[in-house]
Design a binder for this molecule. Sequence first.
Ligand code: SF4
Ligand code: SF4
Length: 158
Amino acid sequence: MGCEDNCCKSVFFHHTLLEYILLYKGYSALDADLKKQVSEKSVNYIKLHKDSMESSTTLKSWCPMNVNGKCIAYDCRPMICRFHGIPSQVSKPGAEPVISPGCGEFDIQCSGMDYVVFDRLPVYGELAQLEKKLREHTGFNSRIKMTIAEMIADYEAD
Ligand code: SF4
Ligand code: SF4
């Protein structure tokens, strides 16, 4: 909370069945009133996102899972929500690591500290392995590219 440039207002796409199912776990644990509220916000978010794409503008709107500045599906949030904001790198064998800086607020609060190496590549690899196993197990074979709002609308459509 308290971050002006809050990344929960950024448009992120999620690409795995694992994250789709994990977020469903968080969504289904909400009480009926909250679920209704999140579902309605998702419908609105999808409309705003569509409008922003049509007008080639950048959407800055709270993720439907964010209520009063806090994620209400914190334990079930997707990978990018966990990684965003902290400095990290991707180190491919034989190449220089590609380093991503932290978010602006991280810089303000932590730029004087030593960089703690966080390599995303092994995490991506583990996620890919788990996703592969899940898809083999379920037979699901479609491409996924969804915002949180689209996932929630999809849960409600089923
Ligand atoms: S799922 Fe949670 S952490 Fe991720 S953008 Fe939405 S509110 Fe923020
Ligand atoms: S990760 Fe960075 S941009 Fe996102 S809410 Fe935290 S401080 Fe703000």
